[in-house]
Design a protein around this ligand. Structure first.
Ligand code: FAD
Length: 291
């Protein structure tokens, strides 16, 4: 079995992130799109994890389905929200039995309307505790963590956030996937400062090609990502023209990816939002490093 650490040392680590659809029609559509994305032979495909048992079952259904249908390595996201350590372990064991050998280990967000994250009794307060727990309980599991080029919204400074990132790496993480961002300079600074702190695991930039101006304003405000003013005004020029917005988004993401590839990133993580078209266009336009 190829471990996650080997994945990035042996090849370029392309990865795609899905989310669990709410309906059967959404599931069918998702698999039509993953069929197309599979042609790029990603190093792995991930699926997000939400609060609530039904959504969590859907995460497993999506990711086990991708693994089985396309014979691709996969990772489930997992958060500390609302679960004891024992419940988290049960979930991971179910995942392992379905062939899911990697986990994106996260703390998760406070519930809507609350500003502070309150750990569940018998659970974990920060992702580094979850990473340590997984490394101890299921040492064979590949562990990926989240990093924030524009700093996590709750962190007082990037420096403090990077020290907390280092705690997760020291606890046993194999790779870092970043939050989406639209200013490569922020990523480069984040990478340089992480390396200075002694973080040696692969740091993989997260890209969300914009296909709809209104949607990206919403996503960016939720996660705190800055949108370059020229990009916003280019999107606004096509306000009533979805095809035009799509072209602007693909063009921007292609340039962003080209610059990141030229700077030697070990992989690219695409937030594909269960669709393939924009990511296909970007990957069709750039040259990925040879394996
Ligand atoms: C790639 C990626 C995938 C994601 N997938 C999901 C998903 O599937 N489901 C979901 O609900 N959310 C997801 N998120 C969002 C994530 O859950 C939130 O950003 C959450 O607020 C923080 O999670 P974390 O794992 O980064 O937390 P942590 O690393 O625990 O950090 C949270 C905050 O606490 C600080 N901190 C960390 N450790 C310590 C410590 N030991 N002591 C003091 N302070 C500390 C950090 O600086 C930061 O400000 C994802 C984010 C990314 C980037």
């Amino acid at each position: 079995m190829t471990t996650l650490a080997q994945t990035y040392s042996d090849r370029f680590g392309l990865s795609f992130e899905l989310f669990p659809p709410k309906t059967e029609a959404g599931m069918k559509s998702l698999f039509r799109h993953t069929e197309r994305l599979a042609q790029f032979q990603p190093a792995y495909v991930t699926c997000t994890y939400g609060a609530g048992g039904a959504t969590q079952d859907r995460t497993l259904e999506v990711i086990a389905g991708v693994h089985k249908k396309h014979d691709l390595p996969v990772a489930t996201h997992l958060t500390c929200v609302g679960s004891t350590a024992e419940q988290l372990k049960e979930y991971l064991e179910r995942a392992w039995d379905l062939g899911i050998k990697n986990v994106v280990a996260l703390r998760g967000d406070p519930p809507q309307g609350e500003t502070d994250f309150k750990p569940t009794a018998g659970g974990f307060a920060y992702a580094n505790e979850l990473v340590e727990f997984i490394s101890t309980e299921i040492p064979e599991m590949g562990i990926i963590i989240a990093g924030y080029p524009e700093k996590h919204q709750e962190a007082a400074s990037l420096e403090i956030d990077l020290q907390n990132l280092k705690r997760k790496v020291d606890a046993g993480a194999d790779a870092i996937l970043t939050q989406l961002f639209y200013n490569n300079a922020d990523f480069f600074e984040f990478r340089t400062r992480s390396e200075k702190l002694g973080i040696e695991v692969p740091i993989v930039p997260g890209l969300l090609p914009v296909t709809n101006g209104a949607q990206i304003q919403r996503i960016a405000s939720l996660c705190g990502a800055k949108l370059p003013p020229k990009f916003v005004s280019d999107l606004q020029k096509h306000e009533d023209d979805p095809a035009g917005q799509f072209e602007v988004g693909v063009e921007f993401a292609t340039r962003q990816a080209e610059e990141l590839l030229a700077a030697g990133v070990p992989g690219l993580h695409f937030y594909v939002l269960n669709k393939s078209e924009a990511t296909e266009r970007v990957l069709g336009a750039v040259t990925l490093p040879r394996e």
